[in-house]
Design a protein around this ligand. Structure first.
Ligand SMILES: Cc1cc2nc3c(=O)[nH]c(=O)nc-3n(C[C@H](O)[C@H](O)[C@H](O)COP(=O)(O)OP(=O)(O)OC[C@H]3O[C@@H](n4cnc5c(N)ncnc54)[C@H](O)[C@@H]3O)c2cc1C
Ligand SMILES: *[C@@H]1O[C@H](CO)[C@@H](O)[C@H](O)[C@H]1NC(C)=O
Ligand SMILES: *[C@@H]1O[C@H](CO)[C@@H](O)[C@H](O)[C@H]1NC(C)=O
Ligand SMILES: *[C@@H]1O[C@H](CO)[C@@H](O)[C@H](O)[C@H]1NC(C)=O
Ligand SMILES: *[C@@H]1O[C@H](CO)[C@@H](O)[C@H](O)[C@H]1NC(C)=O
Length: 597
């Protein structure tokens, strides 16, 4: 088995002060309501069954969506017999692992392990095994407007077909793909506008407008950043530019390097336009559909399909320092000292305004950290005690050290993502993650227990993550901790979090299924070392282990009961069911039939 290479992928999220969700009662479902809801759920229709729409019904639907219905096949199909096509296969071989290429294929997602079904699929560009449909949807609507979205939702609901929503296909929990399904593909809904004085619909007369960015469902962060930089404004988005602005990212929280300064994405939403399960276009904001607005800011996908998101913008940042530091050690013993010292400094660095990402393994560490709105001399002086300490350990060397001053955030961000290769997709990836509370890092004892848990975790995954590599994001604290929008459904633990830990594990395509399962189970078990010392915390729903235990509590905490009620209110038949999404415990493991009570 080829060990999975540790690829740098994301830059994530954040968190801060207890979300005393004032005004929100902890509504729960009583047994009677629960069973009434459950009785509305029915198994999805399969192509082999009489309920499946006829060819002429599909043809009529295709006309309704302007001929934008695509019979969807696995992305590598034309490299396999009997579908082999030289020109197409050359393109596939060239681009199979490209993020940009994969996101333009209706049937592909970023992490291709989710494209299989019961161990069968069509993975890899250079295989000779038969090509199976796997979990690749049967049909895709290449949506370009609201009417396409409404028609697709109504068609799936009316014919009781499994519906899946795919934007960029980045989901680590395989939520943007489903077998026997109709795929509502939002990637090409690219409208973007800037507003100087946006006033939410339904706001009282005289409400002061504010700077905002209006984003169609398919806009990606790299597009939004470039666009907004021309207006001398900033918007809080992902560290990774290929992530979507308006889909899963913000529904689940949404964070990146500017979050410590401006909060999570959910703290910055001004308004959503969303199509709910009955096909209705609704506006959700602080004045209209307030309960839905709450659910859409942290509750994850499953409440409808967002067609437009409007986020706050902020004045352009000046003097943005970007530091890239690389430290190497001969053995883990020395590296552990460096790492321990570094984590002990995180509360103070957060207070100074730093944010960023550390990529750590047994013998090396790379920092990619930002300090906005500070003189370059201050940024350098701030890092000096840590670098001096690292150098003082025999054998340890600082082999890379630059702290660059950027006049604007946009170029600092481009520098930050410059090491992320486009060809990092089309692999088998699962995560083990945890939000690390600030309080753990405020005492020497806490830091010691943290680093010792990390060491044990590295040992547990040694067979398939030999170098023990992981990512650690400083993307919470600061404004995330202040919780500038207490009325969100995001996991309350974000407000007391400082760091996000992320282990990425994977396997090669030829790994036998039992071994794949073993790797997944080992990741879940190894993360327990961190769960054990952070019981009050949880994990970021968008960057989570698909096998996360007790996921309702871990992803949503005390907000779960109310989210479940709202799920039933807006999606009573579970049209938008997805893996470990709110209300999915009402369904079987494959989410095709309701679970027998
Ligand atoms: C390489 C990489 C880097 C990342 N970097 C970051 C980061 O910096 N910060 C961060 O916070 N997260 C990051 N993430 C995690 C990211 O937030 C999640 O993967 C998120 O779900 C992506 O949303 P999407 O819409 O782009 O992707 P998709 O996989 O297309 O969608 C994700 C989920 O949202 C649903 N969905 C999509 N569009 C809509 C819509 N319009 N309406 C309703 N539901 C919709 C889908 O059905 C699916 O359930 C990263 C992930 C990857 C793979
Ligand atoms: C939908 O219609 C378009 C235009 O007529 C056609 O090219 C396409 O193949 C049709 N899709 C399906 C699934 O039949
Ligand atoms: C895919 O590969 C072809 C070569 O066959 C190349 O010309 C093209 O630019 C690639 N497309 C993408 C999106 O990378
Ligand atoms: C497939 O093989 C070609 C030619 O040997 C190589 O260039 C390409 O990287 C391979 N693609 C994958 C996805 O392994
Ligand atoms: C989807 O629609 C967009 C916009 O019309 C078009 O550019 C793209 O080629 C289409 N993709 C597919 C796979 O049909």
């Amino acid at each position: 088995m080829r060990p999975h290479l540790f690829t740098l992928q994301s830059v994530a999220l954040l968190g801060a002060l207890i979300a005393a969700t004032s005004g929100i009662s902890d509504t729960t479902l009583d047994a009677e309501h629960q069973s009434a809801f459950h009785s509305q759920l029915q198994c999805r229709c399969l192509p082999s069954q009489a309920c499946w729409p006829s060819v002429s019904t599909w043809t009529t639907f295709n006309q309704t969506v302007g001929g934008r219905l695509i019979a969807t096949t696995p992305a590598a199909r034309e490299c396999r017999e009997p579908y082999y096509n030289k020109a197409k296969c050359d393109e596939i071989q060239e681009n199979y692992t490209s993020v940009v290429w994969r996101q333009n294929q209706p049937g592909a997602i970023i992490n291709h392990n989710w494209e299989t079904l019961n161990g069968q699929g069509c993975l890899g560009a250079n295989q000779t095994t038969p090509c199976h449909q796997g979990s690749v949807p049967l049909f895709t609507v290449n949506a370009t407007n609201v009417a396409d979205v409404q028609a697709s939702i109504r068609f799936a609901a009316h014919n009781n077909i499994r519906l899946v929503v795919k934007n960029t296909g980045h989901c680590f929990l395989g939520r943007s793909i489903a077998p026997h399904s109709l795929n509502l593909w939002t990637h090409h809904m690219k409208d973007m506008q800037v507003a100087d004085a946006f006033v939410p619909e339904g706001a009282p007369q005289g409400t002061q407008g504010r700077g905002a960015i209006v984003l169609g469902a398919g806009v990606q962060w790299k597009e939004a950043y470039k666009f907004i930089s021309q207006y001398g404004r900033e918007v809080v988005g992902g560290g990774e530019g290929s992530v979507g602005t308006s889909g899963g990212f913000c529904l689940g929280g949404g964070g990146g390097p500017l979050s410590p300064r401006y909060g999570l994405c959910v703290d910055n939403v001004l308004q959503y336009k969303i199509i709910t399960a009955n096909g209705e276009l609704r506006v959700a904001n602080a004045y209209k559909n307030k309960d839905l607005f709450w659910a859409l800011r942290g509750g994850g996908p499953g409440f409808g399909v967002v067609v437009e998101a409007i986020y706050k913008t902020h004045p352009a940042l000046k003097n943005v320092n970007f530091a890239e530091i690389i430290i190497v050690a001969p053995e883990q013993a020395q590296m552990d000292k460096v790492v321990q010292d570094f984590y002990a400094r995180q509360p103070a660095m957060s207070d100074e305004g730093w944010a960023g990402l550390a990529i750590v393994d047994r013998t090396s560490m790379m920092l990619r950290y930002f300090l906005p709105e500070a003189p370059n001399t201050q940024a350098k002086a701030s890092l000096k005690p840590f670098l001096d300490y690292a150098r003082s350990i025999p054998g340890v060397a600082v082999v890379g050290e630059r702290v660059d001053d950027h006049a604007v955030y946009y170029t600092a961000w481009q520098d930050y993502v410059s090491i992320i290769p486009d060809k990092s997709a089309g692999a088998n990836t699962v995560l083990g993650t945890r939000l690390i509370p600030r309080r753990l890092l405020e005492s020497a004892k806490g830091v010691e227990s943290f680093t010792s848990a990390l060491r044990q975790l590295q040992d547990d995954v040694r067979d398939f993550v030999p170098k023990g590599g992981y990512l650690m994001f400083l993307s919470a604290g600061g404004q995330v901790a202040k919780g500038n929008s207490k009325d969100t459904s995001v996991l309350p633990a974000w407000r007391t979090t400082l760091l996000e830990f992320m282990l990425m594990a994977g396997w090669s395509d030829d790994t036998p299924v039992p071994q794949q399962l073993h790797i997944q189970q080992t990741v879940t078990a190894a993360t327990e070392h961190l769960r054990k010392i952070t019981r009050e915390s949880g994990t970021y729903v968008n960057e989570a282990d698909p096998n996360e235990p007790d996921w309702q509590r871990s992803f949503f905490g005390s907000n779960y009961p109310r989210l479940r009620v709202l799920k039933h209110k807006y999606d009573p038949k579970g049209l938008f069911v997805c893996r470990k999404c709110v209300g999915s415990e009402d369904w079987d493991n494959d989410l095709m039939c309701p679970r027998r009570p």
